[in-house]
Write a protein that binds this ligand. Structure first.
Ligand SMILES: [Zn+2]
Ligand SMILES: [Zn+2]
Length: 174
């Protein structure tokens, strides 16, 4: 959704609120597409500071369907979104002055999808697990070890992998 912010230009030193809508029903995370399952409503708060700066803030959360990084079963990820942006105002135009970011604003229209998407990408967890102690997939027979035990010899020459397997053995002994 592109939200027309022109109305804010004439309301100096006032706080305004507007409900903002975004789609983002499918986004790409790394190399995989994830599908949106649910999202809380998003109300944006605007403050025009002396006609020089515009502050935009708001929070929501969005839930996506993805897969567990270890066992590949369907897993839901709820991503928090906290928007807190600052725009310059000059000659009745809202400008975005940030070298690193994507502008998300053009001709006084705020691109809400762009804004929310940036936040989702930033807050996406580095590791998605179906549960804390997901045992993953057996590298030998390919069975999901959360569902069934297998008797494979899972000795792996790679020391990093071996270390991970040790951890699982310890869990079993407890
Ligand atoms: Zn898992
Ligand atoms: Zn196995």
């Amino acid at each position: 959704m592109k939200l027309d912010l022109t109305f804010l230009l004439e309301h100096e030193n006032q706080t305004k609120e507007a409900e903002a809508f975004f789609d983002l029903s499918e986004i790409t995370i790394g190399s995989s597409q994830v599908r949106k399952l649910a999202a809380d409503p998003l109300v944006l708060t605007f403050y025009n500071d002396e006609g020089k700066k515009l502050y935009v803030s708001g929070s929501t959360k969005v839930t996506y369907q993805t897969v567990c990084d270890r066992c590949l079963t369907d897993t839901e990820v709820c991503v928090p979104v906290h928007i807190s942006e600052e725009f310059e105002i000059a000659d009745d135009e809202i400008l975005y002055d940030d070298e690193e970011g994507v502008a998300c604003i053009e001709e006084n229209h705020l691109d809400v999808d762009c804004l929310v998407k940036n936040e989702i990408l930033m807050n996406w967890p580095s590791k998605v697990l179906c549960k804390e102690d997901c045992k993953g997939i057996c590298p030998v027979c390919g069975k999901n070890r959360n569902l069934e035990e297998c008797s494979c010899d899972t000795f792996v020459p790679d020391p990093r992998m071996a270390e991970a397997l040790d951890v699982f053995k310890k869990f079993k002994e407890v």
